[in-house]
Design a protein around this ligand. Structure first.
Ligand SMILES: Nc1ncnc2c1ncn2[C@@H]1O[C@H](COP(=O)(O)OP(=O)(O)OP(=O)(O)O)[C@@H](O)[C@H]1O
Ligand SMILES: [Mg+2]
Length: 330
């Protein structure tokens, strides 16, 4: 069976379906990789479950039907499955309030499920769109931008301390909870750089948020690549739209002129910080997340209680489940 652009998206699991002991409540989102559900654990805890089911490689006629993968797509499907598993493995190593918490993952229905804490709120992207539509003088207040990114950077610092990169930081992958916590989600592009031994897979890129080095093969990708994306996200919070695409001609001039329009609306140190994060040359960017944090918490609207210690604890849970799933994917 061949999947084309006209092939219907795989059907989601139905409400009430049990998967790995979790009861599906409803579908939250569906993307190229698969489907995200709200579900309830056996102990009654609300969770979010990400199901690997790439529409281009697999189909499912209805919620109770088996997953069908065409023979010629099986190798790719398994590669994606491993990459999806990588997301779980990467996340499972980190427990931090600014990084989405993985509770479990398991194989069932010929696919992989990643169980996370259920976050109530909306993505930063949704907040930007809403705020920009109000046509106020500023999309977000400077103090909001500073505290929001201080929080995100605490989580990102821990990610980098684990020798991992996010590689798809964008407003759609920053979740703002109803209790005003900013949480990094969607580590689908993350790779454990340490364990790749330098053989680094070039991930997909998002125009506007992907650093220039993501566009050319052979250019080194590192923490500086996430720092570029952080600058791009701050830009979006100030302008209400994504920055120019680093893969396009005239990008630099366009970026400079867009940022100069922000003078007077935001402090010069904040504008300069965005500009330095978004430099073409990674060496010209702040050298670490900590240095971005320092600039962010130093200047005018600094939070008195800013804690840049990035406290974290390595996770202790489900090492058995992790090993058994990993073995079966080899
Ligand atoms: N833990 C969670 N709690 C609540 N909602 C979540 C959670 N994780 C994801 N979501 C919702 O599902 C949407 C999609 O999730 P996510 O960003 O992880 O996948 P994606 O962008 O579709 O995937 P990919 O970029 O890997 O194709 C999010 O924008 C968010 O609305
Ligand atoms: Mg996403």
């Amino acid at each position: 069976m061949t999947q084309g652009p006209t092939t219907p998206a795989p059907a989601p699991l139905l409400a009430g379906k049990l998967v790995g002991g979790y009861r599906i409540v409803n579908k939250i989102a569906a993307g190229g990789f698969g489907i995200v559900y709200r579900a309830v654990s056996p102990s009654g805890q609300e969770v979010a479950i990400k199901e690997y089911l790439p529409a281009a490689l697999a189909s499912r006629a209805h919620g109770d039907a088996p997953v069908i993968v065409a023979r010629d797509k099986r190798a790719l499907y398994r590669m994606g499955l491993r990459s999806f598993f990588e997301e779980g493995r990467a996340l499972a190593q980190i427990v931090h309030p600014s990084v989405v918490n993985v509770l479990n993952f398991f194989l069932e229905n010929d696919t992989v499920y990643l169980v996370m804490n259920y976050l109530q709120g909306a993505s930063l992207q949704q907040f930007i769109v809403t705020s920009a539509s109000l046509n106020h003088a500023k999309v977000f207040r400077e103090s909001t931008i500073r505290s929001l990114f201080d929080e995100i950077l605490r989580g990102l610092r821990v990610v980098h301390q684990h020798k991992m990169l996010h590689l798809d930081i964008k407003p759609g992958n920053i979740f703002v909870t109803d209790s005003d916590r900013a949480v990094l989600i969607d580590f689908g592009a993350a790779r454990d750089v340490l364990h790749q031994g330098g053989k680094f897979l070039q991930p997909m890129f998002t125009p506007g948020f992907s650093a220039p080095e993501m566009y050319s093969r052979g250019k080194a990708i590192g923490p500086w690549t996430d720092i570029y994306a952080i600058g791009a996200c701050m830009f979006s919070c100030m302008k209400g739209c994504p920055p120019p695409d680093a893969g396009k001609q005239g990008w630099r001039a366009h970026l400079d002129s867009s940022l100069s329009e922000l003078r007077g609306k935001y402090s010069q140190p904040l504008i300069d910080l965005v500009l330095s994060c978004m430099q073409l040359d990674p060496q010209a960017r702040p050298h670490s997340v900590l240095s971005v944090q320092k600039i962010l918490t130093q200047a005018p609207q600094s939070r008195a209680h800013a804690d840049v210690s990035g406290a974290y604890q390595a996770t202790q849970f489900f090492p058995g489940a992790l090993r058994s799933v990993e073995k079966r994917l080899r």
